[in-house]
Design a protein around this ligand. Structure first.
Ligand code: GSH
Length: 230
């Protein structure tokens, strides 16, 4: 498994009942030219033992779920399967529309197609006249989406997002929350949220993330957030 960021961890480590070798790709080290070698030019990438590679996190999750129907984070019935996918896709949008554009701001990437074909918002540049508006819009989006997730979890009233058992989707919630709470690149964002922090009004989201963080394998990998800028 090739990976380099918390999103990648969410896709892969989340269903960690399957044996795989994970290699953390340092995008600056050059030991793996993922822009060329990865099928989509992005990470994560799962190089299966069946001779093909999968280049999209959702497809990687599907593959692992199918291979490990009894895995500890695999939903076991139709309702939890659908609810887990529902929550995972919600987090994936949060990644695409908040975490990823924030990544561009943090890493100072505002060139048009830096992300292998994803359009980058030019307002990510601190020199752009509307940079402050962009930051403010991202903050609003974060608050709206996390508020929506809070409402969703409260309405479900279950211990985890897809029922009373933890699933791979809870790992993505955990990853989104901890990226914002712990990664160095989000320091300015956290500070902009004042004393209440970025998850004010979302106690259920925070509690779920904390509960997931107590799982042995998750706790063992928690250092990744302190190492990663985003
Ligand atoms: N839809 C893709 C998105 C993957 C993605 O954006 N990965 C980022 C790292 S978290 C990446 O490789 N971006 C390319 C770049 O940074 O140039 C997926 O879910 O796998």
């Amino acid at each position: 498994m090739r990976q380099c960021c918390p999103l990648a961890s969410a896709a892969s480590n989340s269903v960690c009942s399957m044996a795989y070798r994970s290699s953390l790709v340092d995008v600056h080290a050059g030991e793996y030219n993922w822009a060329e070698q990865a099928p989509h030019g992005t990470v994560p990438v799962l190089e299966t033992t069946e001779g093909f590679a999968i280049g999209d996190s959702a497809a990687i999750v599907d593959y692992i779920l199918e291979k490990t129907p009894d895995g500890p984070l695999t939903p076991k019935d139709t309702k939890s399967r659908c609810l887990a996918k529902d929550a995972w896709n919600f987090c994936n949008d949060y990644y695409a529309f908040f975490l990823s554009p924030s990544h561009d701001v943090i890493m100072n990437h505002a060139e048009p197609h830096w992300r292998q074909g994803r359009n980058t918002d030019p307002r990510a540049s601190p020199e752009h006249e509307k940079h402050a508006d962009f930051l403010s819009e991202l903050k609003t989006l974060h608050a709206q989406r996390m508020g929506r997730l809070e409402k969703k979890l409260v309405a479900a009233g279950t211990a985890f997002c897809a029922g009373d058992e933890c699933t791979y989707a809870d790992l993505f919630i955990y990853t989104c929350v901890n990226t914002v709470l712990k990664c160095k690149g989000f320091t300015a964002f956290r500070e902009s949220c004042g004393e209440e922090g970025p998850f004010a009004g979302c106690p259920t989201v925070l509690a779920l993330a904390a509960k997931v963080g107590e799982r042995e394998k998750v706790a063992a990998a928690a250092g990744i957030f302190d190492q990663a800028p985003v």
